[in-house]
Write a protein that binds this ligand. Structure first.
Ligand code: C5P
Length: 236
């Protein structure tokens, strides 16, 4: 199975379809708020009907009852992965899980639920001074990951640099899904804690999320295949 999830950060269905046309086989894609807020959840159904697997990245964060209701409706879409913010706390994460279990159509496998730890666009300085969380990013990330595990989540979203420590703290089966991936020579853009696919492989990341390094590449499919290869043999 593909270990690269392509972030479909587009604002129209036309852009999505033109992009996916370049892929001769089904891939794992991430649909986030940019596309969902532009096209509604129908785009999820359409991309799924094309055979692609879907990580629906809407990062829920609200009171437990609201998150539970939201997750129930998302689970009905039959997506493969959904997520919520660990910062919402253990009770909220448990409610998210419950919503998924209640909303999954009978006979179908419930979507995996992963928790967003500290965004890969957040630096230590911003975490300390703006979010008011003292210490090192890694300590908060591990703390959030342990909470996520306690709440029954399947894994977390974190940076490549934290994946190994999370597996040590939460077990090898606990999924680490890592954005902030950049190929050598790519622009870092708004991301702060970035790494290459090869480093992701070396650090034991289960899946990587790649947006602009693929969507803005001259040949997105070729770049995707190269990244998949790097994730398989760890050379870059
Ligand atoms: O273009 P780029 O590869 O930076 O895109 C990364 C994707 O992963 C974006 O869709 C972003 O929303 C998402 N993401 C992230 N950091 C997180 C969680 C999700 O960059 N912690």
């Amino acid at each position: 199975m593909s270990r690269t999830i392509i972030a479909l950060d587009f604002s129209s269905k036309e852009e999505v379809m033109n992009f996916l046309k370049q892929f001769p086989e089904p891939v794992y894609v991430k649909i986030g708020m940019e596309l969902t807020y532009a096209c509604g959840l129908d785009i999820v159904k359409e991309v799924k009907a094309m055979g692609h697997r879907i990580f629906l990245d809407l990062k829920l964060h609200d009171i437990p009852n609201t998150v539970k209701g939201g997750m129930k409706n998302l689970a009905a879409l039959g997506v493969d992965i959904v997520n919520c913010h660990c910062a919402g706390g253990i009770e909220m994460m448990k409610a998210a899980k419950q919503g998924i279990l209640e909303g999954t159509p009978e006979g179908q496998t419930p979507a995996k639920l992963i928790g967003v730890t500290i965004l890969t666009s957040t630096s230590k300085e911003a975490m300390n001074s703006e979010l008011g969380i003292e210490g090192e990013v890694i300590d908060t990330v591990i703390h959030y990951a342990k909470n996520a595990k306690e709440a029954g989540l399947d894994g977390v979203v974190c940076s490549v640099h934290e994946a190994k420590a999370i597996h040590e703290a939460c077990g090898e089966d606990f999924l680490t899904v890592t954005p902030g991936i950049r190929l050598a020579g790519n622009s870092v853009d708004d991301q702060k804690r970035v790494a290459t696919p090869a480093l992701a492989k070396e650090q034991g990341c289960d899946m990587i999320v790649v947006g602009r390094s693929i969507t803005k590449a001259a040949d997105p499919y070729k770049t995707y295949l190269q990244i998949e290869e790097d994730m398989s043999n760890g050379t870059v």
